[in-house]
Design a protein around this ligand. Structure first.
Ligand code: SF4
Length: 292
């Protein structure tokens, strides 16, 4: 599997140098899959650069882990860029974006990813740690090699590594961002085996039982968010304050209040899907606060 992944990287590297006149750009989220692709690129001996998109809602451990990796790679002579998010030409954050978008980020409206996470790699050949095992959606929308297009129907996805497919990809004249997902077919077990075998230091959150190390409160994490907010209560307060500013912005722009949200806490309960309705009191929270 390592050989296949490195072959994919070699092919992508040649194409990146030929088509974009720049080395591959590896995207590092600070998680285990990114750690694998970076190690594979090192072992493959190809030229590459790394970038990390700072989402502003990352766990502190992830922020420190990424800074450490950036320093280590820079010391090895590999360019590592930490991208700070901007929106409409200005620096932004998750908490700034929520009132501007007039709604909380949700599983189906993940506008935060588009602004905070997915801006890197314009006019570059990008490498990601995307894997089919991560979600059923990815199993149908991602492949080992992709040419992305603003028209989704025109997106070219190749799942095989046979000669014919590779030639098709190499000779493809379609314009768009090219993406290589060298570990697309790896399982969780493959990922952990490789990291252990290669003695790669991983985000310390994994050692504390976390399965994912994305943004704290990411709506995709569903019920896992309870554990995240229990560990990082300041992030919960940040979301509630952002929801309060969002309500003010909605009122100022004349948006209807169909959900009957009165406070940022009301929005937070709706967002957490915990069944607490506006005006209801969460006795359990009061009880826990009383114990503090
Ligand atoms: S909260 Fe989730 S959806 Fe939003 S930027 Fe972070 S990972 Fe993406």
């Amino acid at each position: 599997m390592e050989q296949t992944a490195m072959e994919r990287l070699h092919l992508a590297s040649q194409m990146s140098l030929k088509l974009y006149k720049q080395p591959l750009l590896l995207t590092d989220s600070g998680g285990k899959d990114s750690a694998v692709i970076c190690k594979l690129a090192e072992n493959a001996g190809i030229p590459f650069e790394i970038c990390h998109s700072h989402t502003t809602a990352d766990a502190p451990e992830t922020v420190y882990h990424v800074r450490k990796r950036a320093k280590e790679y820079e010391e090895k002579g590999i360019k590592y860029t930490i991208i700070l998010p901007t929106y409409q030409g200005k620096r932004t954050s998750m908490w700034d974006l929520i009132p501007k978008k007039l709604m909380p980020p949700t599983r189906i409206a993940r506008y935060c990813c588009a602004v905070l996470k997915e801006t890197a790699g314009k006019d570059r050949f990008v490498v990601t740690g995307v894997r089919w095992a991560e979600s059923t959606k990815r199993a149908t929308t991602s492949g080992a090699l992709e040419v992305q297009n603003s028209d989704r129907k025109k997106k070219l996805i190749l799942n095989n590594d046979n000669e014919e497919d590779r030639q098709l990809f190499e000779n493809c004249q379609m314009k768009g961002k090219r993406v290589c997902n060298p570990i697309i077919d790896w399982t969780d077990r493959d990922v952990w085996d490789y990291l252990t075998d290669q003695k790669v230091e991983v985000n310390p959150l994994y050692n504390e039982g976390f399965c994912r190390v994305g943004c704290v409160g990411c709506p995709v994490a569903r019920k896992n968010r309870y554990a995240e907010f229990a560990r990082y209560p300041a992030y919960q307060r940040n979301y509630i304050r952002a929801f309060e500013r969002m309500l003010e912005a909605r009122k100022a722009s004349g948006k209807a209040n169909d959900m009957r949200w009165g406070t940022g806490e009301d929005v937070f309960h709706w967002w957490m899907e915990d069944g607490v309705l506006p005006g209801q009191v969460n006795i359990w929270e009061d009880y826990e606060n009383a114990l503090d």
